[in-house]
Design a protein around this ligand. Structure first.
Ligand SMILES: NC(=O)c1ccc[n+]([C@@H]2O[C@H](COP(=O)([O-])OP(=O)(O)OC[C@H]3O[C@@H](n4cnc5c(N)ncnc54)[C@H](O)[C@@H]3O)[C@@H](O)[C@H]2O)c1
Length: 435
């Protein structure tokens, strides 16, 4: 099939590359000329494991192209996928500005019957607005499809290639047939393609993110309670996760969720509820619990070093909002860094992938280390913010030797409490006994 993907970010680039990998001819479009120039030379604007070889191979074999020319891309496409950003507006609702701009241009440039697919996360009812924007200029028949994306940054290629399910919100047999055909190679192991009405598809995406964010905030609060009452959240987590109704995933406490999806999607869902008079109290609490959780590592540092932190130096391991990505959007590290800098703390941080994005946001307000060990000299404590694999088994003797004092605040519960005790490290984690 000839496909264009509009918006070549974390989602659009993965979608474009994976669809090319199954033999389609894909044109990825973006307004960011630098991004497109780089991609033409196989220079990826994001860190995403496994993506670079896909881009390189499919581009070399002529199935994947990059352009800033929306008209050229749309004119030759049977399926046009919208994957531009839907950032939060001032009131928390998803801003559809970019999506609707693109929809209107698709209507203008389409040159045959097409399916217009919304991959961007959009509030329930948006597809009707998208259809109206396309219809304003359309000279050919078109069909809309809500096809929300469930990939996880850090495992995006794997998730797209082997999805748990594909959701298709359609209002025509044509869209259903074309989209089912497009996804058939990705569900050969029997994972379902769930075809539904458009509103239900749009809602499914928000409900999924709302549920996942709820699990995180719930476990964070349980962990904080474990801290106070002397229980160990590691044991509690396994204890409740063994219940088949609950399951083990998404039960790890941490420094709060971030990224480009959960925070904004929770806010947008709360807003959607408010607009139609349905209070979503659980989700409103999920958001406020998360804001509080983002300040937890600061409190832990105060427990470790005393209430006045000014003049101290802190080593941070991890800046990205989670491991496996360079995405810094709404990262808990930013809340911690801002609070520490306000108090006159100096910071040296390491991140294997996100340092460049962090530098763009923070400039030289903090120091950046090339390796995790280089962040440590002169630091009064090490704070682990992101659960990168390379932080899981460090040389603890070296860490202890290099820090000014052996203090570790672990925001991801990566280390064994008993081992830290034996090493003589003053160790603070979340919902577990301190050493
Ligand atoms: N990042 C994720 O993990 C994820 C997962 C599922 C769904 N989503 C949703 O997918 C959408 C995109 O997210 P993302 O993280 O890829 O965003 P992103 O910011 O990484 O990428 C968006 C891209 O769209 C481009 N763009 C903006 N306006 C454009 C226009 N008029 N024409 C062409 N390109 C344009 C931007 O330059 C940018 O490259 C959002 O709605 C998001 O909620 C994201």
């Amino acid at each position: 099939m000839n496909i264009s993907v509009i918006g070549t970010g974390y989602v659009g680039l993965v979608v474009g590359a994976c669809l090319a990998e199954t033999g389609n001819t894909v044109s990825c479009v973006d307004i960011d000329e630098r991004k497109i120039d780089g991609l033409r030379k196989n220079v990826l604007p994001i860190y995403e494991p496994g993506l670079e070889p896909l881009v390189e191979r499919n581009q070399k074999e002529g199935r994947l192209g990059f352009t800033t020319n929306l008209q050229d891309a749309v004119t030759s496409s049977e399926v046009v996928i919208i994957a531009v950003g839907t950032p939060p507006g001032e009131d928390g609702s998803a801003d559809l500005k970019y999506v609707l701009e693109v929809a209107s241009l698709i209507g203008e440039y389409m040159a045959r019957e097409i399916v217009v697919v919304t991959k961007s996360t959009v509030p329930v009812g948006s597809s009707a607005k998208i259809a109206a924007a396309v219809a304003k200029h359309a000279k050919f028949p078109f069909h809309v499809c809500s096809n929300p994306e469930f990939l996880k940054e850090g495992a995006a290629v794997e998730d797209f290639m082997r999805p748990d399910r594909v959701i298709l919100g359609v209002d025509s047999a044509y869209a259903r047939r074309v989209m089912s055909e497009l996804y058939a190679p990705f569900v050969r192991t029997g994972k379902p393609i769930l075809v539904m009405d458009i509103s239900s598809a749009e809602m499914t995406k928000y409900a999924a993110n709302g549920m996942l964010a709820t699990r995180i905030s719930f476990m964070n609060e349980i962990a904080n309670l474990c801290d106070k009452l002397g229980a160990n959240v590691d044991l509690v987590r396994i204890g409740i996760g063994s219940d088949s109704r609950i399951g083990q995933s998404f039960l790890f406490p941490g420094p709060g969720f971030g990224g480009s999806c959960f925070p904004k999607d929770v806010r947008a869902l709360v807003k959607m509820g408010a607009e139609c008079g349905v209070p979503l109290d659980v989700l409103a609490a999920v958001e406020s619990a998360n804001e509080r959780q983002k300040r937890l590592l600061l409190q832990k540092l105060r427990c470790a070093l005393g209430t006045k932190l000014g003049g101290r130096r802190i080593a941070l391991w991890g800046l990205a909002f989670k491991a496996g990505t360079d995405d810094m959007r709404e990262a808990p590290s930013l809340t911690l860094i801002d609070a520490l800098l306000d108090e006159g703390v100096s910071i040296c941080a390491h991140d294997p992938a996100a340092a460049e994005h962090a530098r763009a946001l923070l400039g030289n307000r903090i120091d950046y280390a090339e390796t995790n060990y280089e962040a440590l000299p002169g630091a009064d404590a090490l704070v682990v913010v992101t659960d990168w694999n390379e932080y899981r088994h460090p040389d603890f003797e070296r860490v202890k030797r290099t820090l000014r004092q052996p203090v570790i605040v672990d925001g991801r519960n990566l280390y064994d409490v008993e081992k830290m005790r034996e090493l003589g490290v003053r160790y603070y984690s979340i919902g577990r006994p301190s050493a």
